[in-house]
Design a binder for this molecule. Structure first.
Ligand code: PLP
Length: 447
């Protein structure tokens, strides 16, 4: 094996070397084909190798790739901010650009704190969050994340923000069912606010659909209406972390539209650049910007590459592509098709405990016993084994946590490029079914 100097996710593993990508498929240097059923990390939303985006990237590179934001603005940056303000509901009109989802949620946190400071309230520094959540890996974003295994090494450096349970109907934290729960998980926020003291809380943050930490945990219909009402009544801003769900992944441009609410601040990432560039954004509503515009006039955040014309032009090209091919509009139909196929798989394999999600953000939770919902023992490394087997079958899947403690649970996310065709979905299901059968055999052998 050639000596490597690259720090990869698992230092003991050997990774195939990618050669190129086309549509929903990736090819390695050995010529092996992989169906990208998770868009990498729920990112390559329009598939690989899209000519129109590559052309737009080259065109911008020929003009200028980088300017520093304190010296110049640029047409692509201005146009992208304008475009997003047209797409976003309510008065979500302002965009701050950066490079990653972690930076977007961390900036959201800082803007929320600054908002209250500019209004003369200097005590609101806490961000209430949920256990079983992920908002990013930088220390501020990790502080907001209810993701035990990612927090573990850094706990002394983190704020202990997460406070309330997730809206996890498959494993209701209150042992209720959706018909008799009275939305206890949403109302729990009110109790948390009273305990902490509203004078200390700047905002509540939530992923509309819980991704990496919860395998697409999707709240019931009234959940966010109740959350938003509680936030408003207690003078707490609501931050929607749409890093995974944003730009059409769930069948609407922003997932929060499906619960008929408008957040005060939104974090975007992944799908914004669709893997063609590193770009993310914090969207801020007019009413949150207002005291800043009349106060310090400076949002205290920023990165060297914030709003660079190259990334902004790329993101604009991604948005153009989504619009011109009416891709977001096609998501519900594709979702219906995939869900129906997955239902059949669930009936066939008892270890598929739950299939959930919206649009093309679909989670599968695996259980040892589908009646008791008992998870597999940790030492079985079920998720890793499943993903490896799928990989062997040329199918890329995204690992996700599951279980109320975020540790004892197994899951995956299926999130193919939104451009996937019916034939390609059939190919996906075929590879997944093969994997399920092989895993069944492994389980039968007691592996
Ligand atoms: C909901 C959510 N927020 C934030 C992040 C962090 O984004 P990034 O990895 O680009 O920093 C992620 C990444 O998976 C995410 O899923």
């Amino acid at each position: 094996m050639k000596k490597t100097f690259l720090i990869k996710p698992m230092l003991s593993e050997i990774y195939p070397v990618v050669d190129y990508g086309k549509g929903v498929y990736l090819y390695d240097l050995q010529g092996r084909q992989y169906l990208d059923a998770c868009s990498g990390a729920v990112t390559a939303n329009i598939g690989h190798g899209v000519k129109e985006v590559i052309e737009a990237m080259n065109k911008q590179a020929e003009k200028v790739s980088f300017v520093y934001r304190s010296q110049f603005t640029s047409e692509p940056a201005e146009q992208l901010a304008k475009k997003i303000s047209e797409l976003a509901a309510g008065d979500l009109n302002w965009s701050f650009f950066m490079n990653s989802g972690s930076e977007a949620t961390e900036t959201a946190m800082k803007v929320a704190i600054q908002y209250w400071q500019e209004k003369g309230i200097k005590t609101k520094h806490k961000i209430v969050s949920r256990w079983v959540s992920y908002h990013g890996i930088t220390l501020g974003a990790l502080s907001m994340s209810g993701h035990s295994s990612r927090r573990e090494r850094f706990v002394p450096l983190l704020e202990d923000f997460p406070t309330v349970h997730p809206p996890y109907c498959y494993r209701c934290p209150f042992n209720k069912t959706i018909n008799d729960c009275g939305y206890l998980c949403a109302h729990e926020l009110e109790i948390a606010i009273q305990r902490i003291g509203v004078e200390h809380i700047a905002a509540f943050i939530a992923e509309p659909i819980i991704g990496a930490a919860g395998a697409a945990i999707t709240p019931p219909p009234e959940y966010y209406k109740i959350i938003k009402e509680i936030c408003e009544r207690h003078d707490i801003l609501f931050i929607a972390d749409e890093v995974m769900t944003g730009f059409g992944r769930t069948g609407t441009m922003f997932a929060f539209e499906q619960w008929d609410i408008v957040p005060d601040i939104v974090a975007l990432g992944k799908g914004m650049g669709a893997g063609y560039t590193a770009i993310a954004a914090t969207l801020v509503s007019d009413h949150v910007m207002e005291p800043i515009l009349h106060g310090s006039k400076v949002v205290m955040s920023g990165h060297t590459h914030s709003a660079n014309p190259q990334s902004c032009a790329t993101s604009l090209a991604v948005l153009d592509y989504l619009e011109q091919h009416q891709i977001v509009q096609s998501v519900f139909e594709k979702s219906r098709y995939l869900f129906s196929k997955l239902q059949t798989l669930q009936n066939q394999f008892s270890y598929i405990g739950d299939v959930r999600g919206k649009g093309l953000l679909i989670g599968i939770e695996f259980v040892q016993n589908s009646v008791t919902k008992e998870p597999f023992p940790r030492n079985l490394l079920f998720t890793q084994t499943f993903i490896k087997q799928a990989f062997h079958n040329g199918l890329l899947l995204y690992p996700a946590g599951s279980g109320l403690d975020g540790i004892h649970g197994d899951g995956i996310i299926l999130s193919p490029p939104l451009t996937i065709s019916e034939t390609e979905m059939d190919d996906l299901i075929e590879r997944l079914t093969k994997t399920c059968k092989e895993i069944d055999q492994i389980l039968l052998k007691g592996g």
